[in-house]
Structure formats: structure tokens, C-alpha cells
Write a protein that binds this ligand. Structure first.
Ligand code: ADP
Ligand code: MG
Length: 676
């Protein structure tokens, strides 16, 4: 690849500045996308400038030129010019006295200049045009770029647009640009061939050119990123796998019937379990959509096939809750269940590890301790990972290290925006629970912006206590940190005791020992406690059906995903429930928008899309960082959904075609050249 230094006039000093922008070679320059364009296709006279279109692009004639020293002692040149319409304009140039020699009265120039209109008392009633901003004066139309659209690049110190444009032009003329995609794709998707696309990206003739060039390069970029991922992904066939007797027994023991989405997800998963290729599947469903049950049904399937199942939760609290739930539902079906976390130690741990290794345990539920080094399985065939939010951290590697290659089911209550699902998670299969169990009443969300409405909120919650329903109060801090800024659980715990005298409650936060937390939670579930005063430890997974009120103080400090998760702790039964988002004081626009969205919708899928819009897909893990998703130059995963869908469909079309060929003639998969 040719160095940027081959551009005439770019020596080591300039090359260093290019490098600061990540540009080392001519190819880098080609893929350096203009930030915007300066459209000089249409001339604009001085009198035609407006606030939206303040740039005059026209021929001018110098009338007067004089210089003086301003207050700072800088030599200032004042030049009065007129355009062909005769409209006068004052140009002020500081420290550019050297222009004095060439801007002689009577000379004509082509000018590009930001114009401001000011009323001038000396020209009462007349408009007076002034410019003290930068302007360009050129001898010829071509030099002034009139008639063309000029790229505007993000710059760094010591580089000018002029140098960048020269480098871009040189790179286009002196780089071998061949097509990056198979020929037929261009026609099918209305793409420009690469050579033309690069040329028009930098020097478009029209605004449409620029858009088309970007679209073409973005398509190619996404296609080349996805194609190898999708080619490596095992092909799955639609099959029908019946449930085993145990699964049927579990389902008929439930006091409710499964939703269609739960049934479909369970079927997708058991097809995967029965196939020879290990599953890599994401089960996404809004909070309270009933993912856990799908997990137990799937576990039963794997166990019926003679395998062992590991279920991992993000915290000990949740793991314990799941272990209790699983015992209640599955022990009767002969499933041997164990609980394992870091706090299981000594003799009990040794015995447990032995049983796991001997295959005397079918289902082990726990924290990440499940995958620690000393844990061995006889035949682990399914690993279920609950509340997986960070997809960068791929557990498969940790498991493969155990010499096993189990199917993995990731469960997440943070719905994945479609554009991310199609790209960053392209190597997962996805099952979705869209519908909620029947009988659920949408949670009513109230926003509280004033101290005076707080009382009404406390009253509403008090009425719920009288009905025997429970509540969560969430605060961002554990202790008063003395700055008087934020409410904390410790202070509020005693204040709430005064507000609700005699109502049993507990304080829960991350600094409590695990055992104490678990005790509190189980008392809450058993209704020995009516409300919890908590930090965001209650954010994920906790399932207490009689809890109907969620109060979140300083709601402006939480992100959308966290708010939605917290709110999801209520509304888990057929009781009506409430969420109060308290945000008193001044709010940022983003915070206000988040609260508005929360009030407006309970739909986690919609909230996830909004979250992506507000935050961008920045929160991605190591895996993605390495896989090239962050180096996308022309496309944006967050805003190019249509293009992503199109590129992905094209990948799949080609792969399907190749698989057809493969079957027909045993031909090797087409080797699409995917040079970066
Ligand atoms: P999440 O998807 O947030 O993990 P859970 O699996 O904890 O949700 O389920 C929430 C609650 O809904 C649980 O109490 C569960 O027993 C109940 N549930 C699950 N499926 C159904 C259903 N089909 N009908 C009614 N209730 C259900
Ligand atoms: Mg859950």
C-alpha cells in the first residue's frame, strides 16, 4: 500500500498530521469520509444570502481598500467590494496586510464568503452587508470551486481542507480500486462500483451522488463484515421435535397455560438440543415475559436426553431464587438439583463437585462459580445464562475450556434492537417472547417532578399496603455522603418507617452479606416484609408477584434499560401496579426524554430502540471491539437498519445458493474475495 507521503507536497511533517487522523496510506485517505459537503454548485449573490444560506458565491469587484490598526494593534485591511448586482460588502481582514498588494481597486475576483446582515445607522433604512469571517477570493471560477461540491473533512491541527482535498484527489487518481463485492450484487442493489463510489464520495457532482456513494460503500462494508460470520454459522433445518413426557408433565402441573411465544421458543430450543450442532441461542423477552419457565422446559429436554444442565445467574440472590423455583417445579419430576456459588465451601462443596462429575446431579444452578476451574461435569449438554446483558463476553470460551461443547442459551430482558441483532449478534439464533402472559395489566407509570406531589405518592403506596400488596423504594446511594445531594437508602429507611408506622420493611443493598440479602428477599417473598428500601440491587430478575409499587427516586440518574428493568419488578401478576419516577430539580434534555419514554410505553422493545437512538451502540463488549464493528467507516449500525437488512439478506441469499450448489455437485463453497 502506498504511503500518504507519495502525495506531492506531503512530507514527514504533514504525514504526521495525517497519521493523527488515522491516515497512513492512500487507501486510508480514500476511506476517510467527508464530514459534510460545501455545495458551490449554485452561485449566490450577496443580496441573496439569508440566515439559512449565509454564504455568498459570486464574482466581485474591489472598490476601495484601506488599512488601519485595530485596538489590539493588529493591522486590519478593510476592503469594500460590489458584486455584479452592485450590492456592496465590507470585508475585514485581520493581520492579512499582505493582501493589500493584490486587492487593488478595480480588480475582479471570485468570492466565497459568509455574509452577515447588520443595520447600520450611517445607512439609515438600508441593509449593510459585512463580513469579518474567513472568506476566499480566487482569480478563476475553477480555483474557487464554483460549480462543484467540495468535501469537508474532520481536521486536525496543522491540516487544512485544501491539503486534504488535494490528498483525496491524488488518492483517487493513483490507487488501484477494484470491486469489493461479487459483480452481480451491484446491479441487484443499485450500488455504484467501488471506483466510482470512492470518487463520488469525495467529489460528488450532486447531493444525490454523495448519498449514493455512501450507501454503496456502507453496503459493501456491512456485507463484508457479515458474510464470513454467517458463512461460519451452522445451517439449521426446520424440524419438528416432540416434547418428552417430563416436559409435558411440567406444563400440565402449572396453574396457567403457556403463551404461544413460550411454546414456540421451547420448540426452537429443543430442536437445537437434539441436533448435533451445539446451540448458540439468545432468548429475549421483556421483563416478566416468562423466560425462566422456557429455561426449565428446555432443561428437562436436555436431561431427558441424558445430559446435565448448568444454569448461571448474575448474582447469588438471583441464583438462589431460581434454585428455589426449580426445586418447587422440577424435584417432583425426578430431577436432581444442586446449588453452587462461591459461598458453598468445604465438605459440602467437595461432595457436590463429586456428584456433578459422577453425573449424580442433573441440574446445577448457581453463579459464575459454576464455571470455575475445579468444576467438572460428566456430560454437560446445556448451559443457560440468565440476564446476559453484555454480549461481548462470550461464555463459550470458558466452557470449551472444560472440554465440553454444550449448547448455550443466553437469556436477556433487554430486548436487542433489530439492527444489533442482525449485525453484532449475527452468529446467534434468536428466540423472542413478544407477548406477555395473559391477564397482566399494564403498569401505570407516573412521573413526579415536584416535592408537593410526593405526598400523594406515599398515600397511593399506603393504600396498596392496606390491600396486602408490596412495594420497592429505590435510591441511588447506600449512605448519606454528606453533600446533601442525593437521597440514600439508610436515611430513607428511617424516614419511611415514620411514614408507614408498623409496616414491616427492610433495607437491602450490595454491601450486605449475601446470606442476609437472601434472608431479606425470602422474607419479602413470604410477605413477612411489605416493602424493601433498596439500591439498584433489585434491578434484575427478582420475581415477587404481590409487589405492585415501584418507587424510583432520582430517576433522572438511571438509564432507560435500568429504569425498565426496575419497573419490571412489579406488574408480575394479575394485580394492577404502579411505578413512580421521582425527578425533582432541573433535568437534562436526555433525562427528560428518558422519563417521557418510560411514561409513554411499557414495551421493552420500543424502549431498547429508543435507548440505541439516544446512546448509540457504544456499549459493546470486547468481542465486538475485536470483530470490526467499531471500525465501520461508512455505515452506522444504529441508523442504517434498512441497509443492514438488505446486506444481510444478500449474504443469506448467496450462502443458500452455495449450499444448494454444494449439495448438487459437491462443489466447494464459493470463495468470495473479501479484502479489507
Ligand atoms: P422474566 O422473563 O422477566 O425472567 P419470569 O420468568 O421471572 O420473567 O416470569 C415472571 C412471572 O410470570 C413468574 O412469576 C412466572 O411464574 C409467571 N409466568 C410465566 N409464564 C406465565 C404464563 N404463561 N402465564 C402466567 N404467568 C406466567
Ligand atoms: Mg428472569
Amino acid at each position: 500500500m502506498e504511503s500518504i507521503r507519495s502525495v506531492p507536497g506531503v512530507g514527514s511533517k504533514l504525514a504526521g498530521r495525517f497519521e493523527a487522523l488515522g491516515i497512513r496510506t492512500l487507501e486510508d485517505m480514500l476511506s476517510f469520509m467527508p464530514r459534510s459537503y460545501d455545495d458551490r454548485t449554485r452561485e449566490r449573490m450577496i443580496g441573496e444570502t439569508t440566515e439559512e444560506n449565509p454564504t455568498a458565491i459570486c464574482r466581485i469587484h474591489v472598490r476601495k481598500a484601506s488599512s488601519f490598526y485595530n485596538r489590539k494593534g493588529e493591522k486590519t485591511l478593510k476592503v469594500t467590494v460590489v458584486d455584479d448586482d452592485g450590492t456592496p460588502l465590507d470585508l475585514l481582514c485581520f493581520n492579512r496586510g499582505f493582501l493589500e498588494g493584490s486587492l487593488t481597486p478595480g480588480s475582479s475576483w471570485y468570492m466565497i464568503c459568509q455574509v452577515s446582515v447588520r443595520s447600520d445607522p450611517t445607512f439609515f433604512g438600508r441593509r449593510c452587508y459585512r463580513s469579518s469571517a474567513a472568506f476566499e477570493l480566487k482569480r478563476t471560477k475553477a480555483e474557487a470551486g464554483i460549480g462543484s461540491i467540495l468535501p469537508i473533512y474532520p481536521l486536525t491541527e496543522g491540516l487544512t481542507e485544501k491539503v486534504m482535498r488535494r490528498a483525496a484527489e491524488y488518492a483517487i487518481r493513483n490507487t488501484e480500486i477494484s470491486d469489493s463485492l461479487p459483480f452481480s450484487i451491484y446491479g441487484r442493489h443499485g450500488l455504484l462500483h467501488d471506483k466510482e463510489a470512492y470518487a463520488l464520495l469525495h467529489f460528488p457532482r450532486t447531493a444525490e451522488d454523495a448519498a449514493k456513494a455512501r450507501r454503496s460503500l456502507a453496503f459493501s462494508e456491512i456485507f463484508r463484515l457479515l458474510f464470513p460470520i454467517l458463512r461460519g454459522k451452522p445451517e439449521r433445518k426446520d424440524r419438528h421435535v416432540p416434547m418428552t413426557e417430563k416436559e409435558k408433565a411440567l406444563i400440565s402441573s402449572l396453574p396457567f397455560s403457556l403463551t404461544d411465544d413460550q411454546l414456540r421458543a421451547a420448540e426452537e430450543i429443543r430442536c437445537d438440543i437434539d441436533s448435533r450442532i451445539p446451540m448458540n441461542r439468545l432468548l429475549q423477552g421483556d421483563v416478566g415475559s416468562g423466560k425462566t419457565l422456557v429455561a426449565w422446559i428446555s432443561a428437562l429436554h436436555a436431561i431427558s436426553r441424558g445430559g446435565q444442565v448448568a444454569f448461571m445467574a448474575p448474582t447469588e440472590l438471583l441464583a438462589k431464587q431460581h434454585a428455589d423455583g426449580a426445586s418447587a417445579l422440577l424435584s417432583g419430576l425426578g430431577v436432581r438439583i444442586a446449588f453452587l456459588s462461591g459461598s458453598v465451601k468445604g465438605q459440602p462443596r467437595r461432595l457436590l463437585l463429586r456428584s456433578l462429575k459422577d453425573g449424580d446431579i442433573d441440574l446445577v444452578i448457581g453463579t459464575h462459580a459454576l464455571f470455575s476451574e475445579d468444576v467438572a461435569f460428566r456430560s454437560l449438554t446445556l448451559a443457560i445464562i440468565d440476564e446476559q446483558h453484555r454480549f461481548g463476553i462470550r461464555q463459550r470460551e470458558a466452557l470449551a475450556g472444560k472440554g465440553q461443547n454444550p449448547s448455550i442459551l443466553y437469556m436477556t430482558a433487554t430486548p436487542i434492537p433489530r439492527s444489533l441483532a442482525l449485525t453484532m449478534l449475527a452468529d446467534y439464533d434468536i428466540s423472542t417472547l413478544r407477548t406477555m402472559p395473559s391477564g397482566r395489566i399494564p403498569i401505570k407509570t407516573h412521573t413526579i417532578f415536584q416535592e408537593s406531589t410526593r405526598k400523594a405518592m406515599y398515600e397511593t403506596v399506603g393504600v396498596e399496603f392496606q390491600r396486602g400488596h408490596q412495594a420497592y423504594f429505590v435510591y441511588p446511594r447506600i449512605d448519606d455522603e454528606g453533600d446533601g445531594g442525593l437521597l440514600d437508602v439508610t436515611t430513607m429507611y428511617s424516614r419511611l418507617k415514620e411514614i408507614y408506622p408498623g409496616v414491616p420493611s427492610a433495607l437491602i443493598h450490595s454491601k450486605l452479606p449475601e446470606e442476609e440479602k437472601m434472608g431479606i428477599l425470602s422474607d419479602f417473598r413470604d410477605r413477612k416484609l411489605m416493602y424493601l428500601v433498596a439500591t439498584s440491587v433489585v434491578e434484575v430478575g427478582i420475581d415477587v408477584p404481590d409487589a405492585t409499587c415501584m418507587v424510583i427516586e432520582h430517576a433522572e440518574r438511571f438509564g432507560l434499560a435500568a429504569l425498565h428493568q426496575l419497573r419490571g419488578r412489579v406488574g408480575r401478576s394479575t394485580l394492577p401496579s404502579y411505578c413512580f419516577l421521582v425527578a425533582i430539580g432541573s433535568l437534562t434534555d436526555d433525562a427528560r426524554e428518558r422519563l417521557r419514554i418510560m411514561k409513554e410505553t411499557n414495551d421493552g422493545f420500543l424502549i431498547a430502540d429508543k435507548d440505541l437512538e439516544i446512546r448509540g451502540p457504544g456499549d459493546i463488549g470486547e468481542g465486538e471491539r475485536q470483530s470490526g464493528f467499531v471500525s465501520l467507516r461508512f455505515s452506522s449500525i444504529a441508523s442504517d437498519l434498512k441497509l443492514v437488512e438488505e446486506a444481510r439478506a444478500e449474504c443469506e441469499r448467496i450462502l443458500a445458493e452455495d449450499r444448494g450448489l454444494l449439495k448438487a455437485e459437491n462443489a466447494p463453497l464459493r470463495n468470495i474475495s473479501l479484502h479489507p
